[in-house]
Design a protein around this ligand. Structure first.
Ligand SMILES: NC(=O)c1ccc[n+]([C@@H]2O[C@H](COP(=O)([O-])OP(=O)(O)OC[C@H]3O[C@@H](n4cnc5c(N)ncnc54)[C@H](O)[C@@H]3O)[C@@H](O)[C@H]2O)c1
Ligand SMILES: [Zn+2]
Length: 383
């Protein structure tokens, strides 16, 4: 990789948002039903009312936004002609808003229309990434759009917004952060800049995720997880991701498993494959896992055990937060899994995240990893 880019200005807390919105008259908000109906969106509308601004809310975004949700949002943007767009919610509304702005900009000049992302989950890092993941429900595929123009102009990090996130979502989104940090650290385009971000994200997740899960009102843990999510987002936006994300996109699209949960199920198996735990020789990626293990003071006397300690730590975190260890335990029947396997493997090999995975892989490798993840055959048995 020959460049490192952080386009997005990061504002900590809500005060900076008032500054950015000053003088805006027409603001378009993209969120989901829950955030609109629970009143959480008053975080924005109270501010806009105080500034005598007009707003329009598009809240028809569901989990894993699809093409129809995007085109409805584009229509509303073109009709409303906003001076600013705010994405408010988890990764689903933020990705939807990114795609809406991306497509609306083809028909309407959005150059002087700031795009502001306000994440309310600590997970995707979408507020600072050039990725937007869109689902094609007819084809059963999730596509990562990757483009510099998808980078928000501002990200507002206010952990107060995450206090209401239920433990299951804290678990899934927290494991998504962990997966971003690990995949960005070992992927083919990693460099010292992205390593620094991924390492800090790893430390913060290691120190804070279980606390945020067990004590939702612990604001120090919540803010640290919010920062970790953003740091990991900046790392993978520049370095890329890997096979776990490709396989999770396909699993999510076919079996409707939440994004973070799909990553959590697959990560230990993909790490084991990437490290070469089941082959005679450990890979360079095993060395990178051992570096992360050392960062967390989990290193052992040899490389294999150090890499395994990291994989086992991922598993330990997942066990403590009730994340299933297999696709079967996530509720996918054997018959459904067999039907989905071939299309999932096809989609995963074609996914843009596979190109930056540290080990090259074939469709057969992916099928084998899915099969292991289906039955939950222990990675510890494989070594
Ligand atoms: N663009 C990227 O870089 C990137 C990276 C990873 C994942 N993604 C995508 O992001 C999506 C997943 O995002 P997510 O994991 O944040 O989930 P999400 O946005 O789908 O939200 C999950 C649930 O949490 C609820 N929620 C959100 N904030 C809440 C709050 N403060 N209090 C209570 N409930 C709240 C939502 O209403 C929803 O029911 C997937 O589509 C995934 O593919 C994008
Ligand atoms: Zn992710």
């Amino acid at each position: 990789m020959n460049r490192f880019d952080l386009h997005t200005k990061i504002l900590i807390g809500g005060a900076g948002l008032d500054e950015v919105l000053r003088g805006m008259h027409r603001v378009f908000i993209v969120t989901d039903k829950f955030m609109a109906e629970s009143g959480a969106v008053k975080y924005l509308t109270d501010r806009l009312a105080a500034q005598h601004a007009e707003w329009r809310i598009y809240s028809e975004v569901g989990p894993d936004p699809d093409i129809s949700m995007i085109s409805a949002g584009v229509g509303m943007v073109l009709d409303f002609a906003p001076e600013a767009v705010i994405a408010f919610g988890g990764g689903s509304p933020i990705d939807a808003a990114k795609a809406i702005v991306y497509f609306a900009a083809r028909e309407f000049d959005m150059h002087d229309c700031p795009f502001i992302a306000v994440p309310t989950t600590s997970g995707t890092g979408s507020e600072v990434s050039k990725f937007a993941v869109i689902t094609d429900r007819d084809k059963g595929v999730k596509y990562p759009l990757i483009d510099d123009s998808l980078l928000p102009d501002y990200a507002v990090l206010d952990a107060e917004l995450t206090k209401s996130v239920p433990p299951k979502v804290t678990a899934d989104t927290g494991i998504d952060v962990l997966t971003h940090a690990i995949e960005a650290y070992v992927c083919t385009e990693a460099n010292s800049f992205t390593d620094a971000l991924a390492e800090k994200a790893m430390e913060l997740v290691y120190q804070n995720l279980l606390t945020a899960y067990q004590s939702p009102n612990d604001m120090e843990a919540r803010q640290n997880m919010h920062n970790a999510s953003c740091l990991a987002g900046a790392a993978f936006s520049n370095a890329g991701l890997g096979l776990c994300h490709s396989m999770a996109h396909a699993l999510g699209a076919q079996a409707h498993v939440a994004h973070g949960r799909a990553n959590g199920i697959l990560l230990p198996y993909v790490m084991s494959f990437n490290a070469g735990c089941d082959r005679s020789a450990l890979t360079k990626t095993a060395e990178r896992y051992a570096e992360l293990a050392a960062l967390l003071e989990l290193q052992a006397t040899n490389l294999r055990q150090s890499a395994l300690n990291l994989i086992r730590t991922v598993r330990r975190f997942e066990s403590k937060m009730g994340i299933p260890h297999s696709i079967r335990d996530a509720g996918v029947s054997a018959a459904d899994f067999e039907r989905m396997l071939e299309p999932m493997a096809e989609a995963a090999i074609a996914d843009r995240c596979t190109a930056t995975n540290p080990q090259s892989c074939t469709k057969e490798d992916i099928i084998e990893i899915y099969r292991e993840a289906y039955t939950g055959r222990s990675i510890l048995v494989r070594t």
